[in-house]
Design a protein around this ligand. Structure first.
Ligand code: 9WN
Length: 416
């Protein structure tokens, strides 16, 4: 507990926590929500502040930005504030941000942070303030990002939080263009190149980001070349709608619209079910094709109550593809797939945030031993390796950077 608390203190910047001091020197959206979930055990007030800070960077259309930049550290991360120039874009907040989004885990975090200390929350009027922000954020997803299928889409691999997942291989390959300018890689000063996405992938990432930026991050433009429906993004959205319903209830408002939305998302997720793979997959809206890979994103719908394929997902989790109880945590990609890479980012390594989500889902479904064993593995691996960003699922060795905030925060959560 003391070691995790130290990491969070070291990465605290007065009103938010950076994901890692060197590699990620700004505030990231879904990181802050995961960090707040752990921080609530050390300081509910700091956890509230973490979320308030990301909410204060909300755009006029309701989007919560992927990154809120500290402009003084712009050369240390790419693409930064000078790339996005968000101040030129109508509806952007007074602080510099990226125009993209990240997965909507915020309502889940707000509810847990509130419940950790309802009195402290009431004193600072945290819940009503957060509720307004969450309504606008979910409203943005419903109005600007929802497809006729009923699912929300991402417009960039970064928006999924799982940047180089094999889901994106074919959709990115189908885009003939790549970024023509210089591709700075300050990330390689802090992590081994074999643990990070490739230069070719970064070329596509920057091409797509520049295109979105040059269209003023306007979602009504129909011509985006990368439009993908991701299972984890939609599962977190559904799960967050349940949380928002509970928040509405606590504030004396009607929870029914949130439950309706969560049910509609759960139903729409059926279109991403791949019976031959035994899990959910992503769909490329441009080509209409399902992306036939088993990834941890495809297991994330376990987070939703009343899911039709729970048993199949639990079987998949325990199979040789994800090796629950055998592998370290939960691999990000199928251990048996030719595309599996035990070191490279979201193509195999096990991450602590997804392990936490799966542990939560197991716990809620009554699999307490399995949840506890995953939780204690997280705590042990975090402590043993100085809170790594991710680990090799076969050896348990640390990968990426160290002293990573959500690893520390979520390990703390599991010490409870
Ligand atoms: C791009 C901060 C973020 C996480 C993502 C993770 C990684 C960024 C990057 O780091 O993405 O957003 O530079 O690679 O993939 O999930 O939020 O920790």
């Amino acid at each position: 507990m003391a070691a995790a608390t130290r990491v969070l203190a070291r990465n605290w910047r007065g009103s938010y926590t950076v994901p890692a001091a060197g590699l990620y020197p700004h505030q990231w959206s879904w990181d802050s929500a995961f960090i707040a979930i752990g921080l609530r055990h050390i300081s509910p007030r700091r956890a509230q502040q973490e979320l308030d800070t990301i909410f204060s960077a909300q755009w006029a259309d309701g989007r919560l930005p992927q990154i809120v930049f500290n402009p003084r550290l712009d050369v240390h991360y790419s693409p930064g504030a000078a790339f996005w120039r968000s101040e030129r874009i109508p509806g952007s907040p007074p602080v510099p941000t990226s125009g993209l989004i990240q997965p909507p885990n915020h309502a889940l975090a707000v509810l847990l942070v509130h419940q950790a200390d309802p009195e402290a929350s009431a004193r600072r009027r945290f819940l009503p303030r957060a509720y307004e922000r969450l309504l606008a954020w979910h409203g943005y997803l419903a109005d600007r990002r929802t497809d006729p299928s009923g699912l929300v889409h991402v417009l960039h691999p970064w928006e999924s939080g799982m940047d180089n997942s094999p889901y994106w291989d074919a959709p990115l390959a189908a885009i003939g263009e790549t970024f023509r300018g210089d591709i700075p890689r300050p990330d390689l000063d802090h992590a081994d190149a074999s643990h990070r996405p490739s230069n070719a992938e970064y070329g596509k990432y920057l091409y797509l980001a520049a295109r979105y930026r040059d269209h003023d991050c306007d979602d009504r433009d129909a011509g985006y070349p990368f439009v993908l429906e991701d299972p984890a993004v939609n599962a977190l959205y559904a799960r967050s709608e349940w949380a928002l319903g509970r928040i509405a209830e606590l504030l004396g408002n009607d929870p029914a619209p949130h439950a309706d939305r969560a049910h509609a998302l759960t139903e729409a997720l059926e279109t991403l079910w791949a019976p031959e793979l035994g899990c959910y997959v992503a769909r490329d809206v441009v080509s209409g094709e399902l992306q036939p890979y088993r990834t941890v994103s495809g297991l994330a719908p376990l987070l939703i109550p009343d899911l039709p394929h729970t048993d199949e997902l639990l079987t998949m989790l325990e199979s040789e593809h994800f090796g629950l109880g055998q592998a370290a945590l939960v691999p990000s990609h199928d251990l048996t797939a030719p595309t599996f890479d035990s070191s490279r980012y979201w193509r195999g390594p096990s991450w602590f945030n997804t392990a936490w989500l799966i542990a939560e889902a197991l716990h809620e479904r009554g699999f307490h031993d399995e949840a506890r064993s995953l939780a204690s593995q997280m705590a042990d691996l975090g402590l043993e390796h100085d809170f790594p960003e991710y680990v090799d699922p076969i050896s348990g060795e640390p990968r990426g950077t160290l002293r990573f905030s959500w690893t520390a925060a979520l390990s703390l959560d599991l010490y409870e």
